[in-house]
Write a protein of this length. Structure first.
Length: 294
């Protein structure tokens, strides 16, 4: 059980991270909004509670590894890393600028805290499975986490990694799937139906936990359960709302790959108003989170 104060801190941190995310995307004039907003609670739970890491020693050999497979949602990882102390928060303003360490897709070696270069979808689970097997062969205790999207489950390599991890009983591997039901140009179940995901993973010898991806307590207890499972890797299917927190972006795949302020999107405020409306909604959050805990 999480202490109430810690939970309140994490929920407020997630919202602060969402605000910085949107300001950063607006400044860049390009980048992804929906996936990053939807994963803000998961990233906050990991960087501020779950991971065994040290932002001042990003190469510490016993650190848990967080592999981001769906590289296009890196803006949310960048903000979480900055807030956790990996690099200065003011550097977020350089997103997607020439020579910036914060490129549109993550680059290992450029920025502390980035474990793999990604962007081409579908490789992260295989890479993470290899890292998990290597850690076990070396007798090391750190854990490997891989964040992967639902759209990536259209890719063959994703299932090869799942099969390999199941075969090798990689209990030090946990995948967190961003189950937000959208991909670049439509709903997943229309583009390429993925269900029944639980049964598919179970058939590959995985432990499966479904969570509300906006419930930080559930995310944390799922990660603890995964640590306690022997002989099987775990997938946490995080049911998220793409665009979470900004009503006009929520569950609208048209917001997959654009920032606020860059284009007029049908059904959304005019581009000149998008950032203002989004930040106002995030700051008040309909009074929801704050009033619940006060
Ligand atoms: C191998 C590969 N194919 C295509 C793309 C282009 N692409 C970028 S994001 C994306 C959608 C993937 O779905 P998902 O990650 O679920 O999107 P989201 O939930 O973030 O909207 C696609 C097809 C890519 N980056 N890599
Ligand atoms: Mg998706």
């Amino acid at each position: 059980m999480l202490h109430d104060d810690k939970l309140k801190f994490l929920e407020e941190k997630a919202n602060e991270i969402r605000e910085d995310l949107l300001a950063m995307l607006f400044e860049a004039g390009s980048g992804h909004s929906a996936g990053p907003l939807g994963m803000a609670d998961v990233f906050t739970a990991f960087y501020f509670h779950i991971l065994n890491h040290n932002p001042k020693k990003p190469d510490w050999k016993d650190r848990d590894r967080l592999v981001l497979s769906n590289g296009h949602i890196c803006p949310i990882q960048y903000v979480a890393l900055a807030h956790a102390g990996y690099f200065p928060i003011h550097e977020l303003k350089t997103l997607r600028k020439i020579n910036s360490r914060l490129q549109g897709h993550p680059h290992r070696g450029s920025l502390p805290g980035i474990e793999t270069t990604s962007g081409p979808l579908g490789s992260g689970i295989s890479q993470a499975a290899g890292m998990a097997l290597a850690a076990r062969m070396d007798g090391r205790r750190h854990r490997i986490y891989c964040f992967a999207s639902d759209g990536e489950h259209d890719e063959g390599n994703t299932w090869e990694g799942i099969m390999f991890a199941g075969k090798n009983r990689l209990s030090n591997l946990t995948v967190v799937m961003d189950r937000n039901n959208i991909q670049i140009d439509g709903f997943t179940e229309e583009v390429m139906p993925l269900e029944p995901l639980r049964a598919k993973y179970e058939a590959f010898n995985w432990n499966v936990i479904d969570v509300d991806g906006h419930n930080i307590e559930q995310i944390i207890s799922a990660a603890y359960e995964a640590k306690a499972i022997y002989e099987r890797p775990t997938v946490i299917i995080a049911h998220t709302i793409p665009g979470k927190g900004v009503s006009y972006m929520e569950s609208n795949y048209l917001w997959h790959g654009i920032p606020p302020g860059a284009s007029d999107v049908p059904g959304s405020p005019p581009k000149s108003e998008q950032l203002r409306v989004a930040l106002q909604e995030l700051r008040t959050l309909g009074g929801k989170i704050r009033s619940e805990h006060e």
